[in-house]
Design a protein around this ligand. Sequence first.
Ligand code: ADP
Length: 530
Amino acid sequence: MKGSSARATGGQPRRRLFALALLLILSLSLGAALAFQAIQTSRRHRETAERALEDYAGFAAFILASQTYRQLGGAVVQSLGSWQPGVGPGAVPPGTTCEGGTTYFEQTSGSHTLHLIGASLPETVTGALTDTLHNAMNLLEEVGWRFRYIRIHTGPPDGFFLTSFKEPNGEYGVRGFSACLAGAESPFRAIMLSEHALPPAIAGSTPADSMFSVAVTAGGDRQLFHSPVSYASPFEGSARLGTEFGDLTLAVQLRADIANRLVIGGIPSSPTPLAAGLLGLSTLLVVTALLQLKREYELITIRSDFVSNVSHELRTPLSQILIFTELLKLGRLRTKAERDRSLDIIDQETRRLIRLVENVLQFSRSSAERRPMQCQDLGLPLVVNETLDAFRPLAAARGATLRSVVPAASSVKADRSALRQIMLNLLDNAVKYGPKGQTVNIEVLPINGRTRIVVDDQGPGIPLEDRERIWQGYYRLQRETNSAVAGSGIGLAVVRSLATGMGGTTWVEDAEAGGARFIVELETGNGEGL
Ligand code: ADP
């Protein structure tokens, strides 16, 4: 019955809450999917831009390597072409001369002797050069190189430029000169400064040495040249200088902070932090909304339980009143004692009904709607005794004895009917939750300028963890779930709200003889109301 009434009251709103929660979760998932999509798209854009930048670096390396090949190669060919037998070339390409000067050499095909002109070379170098030339002779003859750069030594000179020539007897000889490409006046530096590595449409007017750092290495490890400034960057490319230069490689590193200018629209920045931040924020909002919905759900449950509990509480006294009124009307009660007892029951149950209705009204009205408190000086002996007298029949019906200790001079500043309602609620709980035959003690204790009204019972008491929660509206202890004791969970909330309204405080502790001790502390009166 209780359950079906709760369902009837709360079913619709509950379904709406579920639908709302579902919608919230769906929109969060949709947001997450969109954020994921945005991150993916931007990652693809970024990857494309990065690939383009790597291509630019590779392209720049290729252009610079081709220029080097053309300019340096052209100058070498020109030098070797202007060779005068026994003398050497008119000049060597700028930037290739070693500190001690250039060594020229000539070797005819028939001879094993290297004819050296100009600066001398260490013997080891001369020996290695002679062997290399001997081995290379056939190759030079067959392929007919315009020139060739060979490395045979790790220190200066870096290597030798050489070419083949046809002797008058039709055989091939070799001519060449030493070169120091790693020198301060490296030819690569000049080329780098003079060339546009990228088309102006991409690079604008930025000079090559502001866009790239360039390194030329021999055999992948020995560095012959490095541009003065070195840019660390993930965008790099390299190109071989051309077959004639042997194993020389030119590597380019694109300056990272200029890379952004080279891609139309710039390198897309990763939206992940922003998307993650926004997603986190929406998750937070959705979680807050879901918590709010959960709270709504709990409230709906509480309210529907409350309606069902109040109806249940109303039904018992009403049926009692009905039964005894009918018995009286039908004249079924013969003796005066029976009739008096019936009237007593009708009287008690009516009072219970009134108290319940007062509690519900007090609880459901907002503070603005409540009757204003009329606090005055109240002599406690009178008020407590009146209240106990009114309550005694009910206590007696439940086999409880009421005992009170009220100092004759005690008084409080309180609203009379509020104070009565407070005491009746506490007494009602004491007899409701305590055992049959118990004694309920009411004591008034003036302490430190304030006065405590204490109600002790011999019931099960209140577990520590519930001592604050029981003062909240609708809250009933777990043990009440299946008990026969009817209640709506608002009695103590009313007690606290009334006491607070009069500047008082309320709490619960263990009674000395076991059971619960409820305490209401109010401002002490000045004794005028005694
Ligand atoms: P109700 O009695 O209508 O359920 P109350 O607000 O008066 O609501 O009390 C809240 C809960 O506190 C009760 O349901 C009961 O579990 C517990 N309680 C109140 N008074 C006592 C008491 N004197 N002894 C034991 N438990 C009590």
